[in-house]
Write a protein that binds this ligand. Structure first.
Ligand SMILES: NC(=O)c1ccc[n+]([C@@H]2O[C@H](COP(=O)([O-])OP(=O)(O)OC[C@H]3O[C@@H](n4cnc5c(N)ncnc54)[C@H](OP(=O)(O)O)[C@@H]3O)[C@@H](O)[C@H]2O)c1
Length: 176
């Protein structure tokens, strides 16, 4: 069973578009969850023909913490800010023996998982993968390639100086 929190948000809906064209998930049991019941029911109406085993669970992240559900393999969290939702949704996953992924860009939340949850995840043989999103990955790869190229061409000798230079440009943009 797959569990999607924040399913009716932009990223959540994209996931179902992706499944529709790439993975035959029709036979899988799916729960879509989020804090707004109307939006969940609306999404269910749109998806029910293609995903007949789909159910809804209206719940705030706080509500989730006490919910027990058998058989969840993976919890996908697309409800951000993750500094608000992440911890409760991750705890829900762990308490129900499920793996967890999210699409955060909040490095402090990802660090919190590493700092505070590594031990319990290892003990329970679960994984949490935070920051799963091509949007930032592709940007980071481009920046790394640019830095490597500039270093090779001798245009920058020090990455720290390069970052300070970029920060100065950003500050200029913010100020004007
Ligand atoms: N790292 C990346 O590359 C990347 C890429 C895409 C998105 N993101 C992040 O992913 C998140 C979702 O983006 P999006 O574009 O899909 O945004 P969105 O369309 O605004 O969806 C956000 C979802 O989060 C829910 N939500 C927000 N605060 C909540 C809370 N306190 N409790 C429960 N649900 C809450 C919203 O529910 P309601 O409608 O009920 O408010 C909505 O379902 C954002 O944090 C965004 O920054 C990161």
């Amino acid at each position: 069973m797959l569990f999607f929190y924040g399913a009716y948000g932009f990223t959540g809906r994209q996931i179902f578009d992706f499944f529709r064209s790439n993975f035959p998930l029709q036979s899988k049991k799916i729960i879509i969850s989020g804090r707004n019941k109307e939006k969940l029911d609306d999404l269910k109406q749109k998806l029910k023909n293609e995903f007949p085993q789909l159910d809804v669970l209206p719940a705030t992240p706080f509500d989730l913490q006490t919910k027990k559900m058998d058989g969840i393999k993976l919890v996908v969290n697309t409800a951000g800010p993750f500094s608000d939702t992440g911890e409760s949704v991750l705890n829900f996953a762990i308490e129900n023996g499920a793996n967890y992924i999210d699409c955060t860009g909040e490095w402090n939340w990802t660090k919190k998982i590493i700092d505070n949850y590594d031990k319990v995840l290892r003990e329970r043989k679960l994984f949490a993968s935070s920051g799963v999103a091509w949007e930032t990955v592709s940007g980071e790869i481009c920046v790394k390639e640019l830095v490597d190229k500039l270093k090779q061409e001798g245009k920058i000798s020090d990455v720290k100086k390069f970052i300070l230079y970029i920060l100065q440009i950003l500050l200029c943009l913010v100020e004007h």
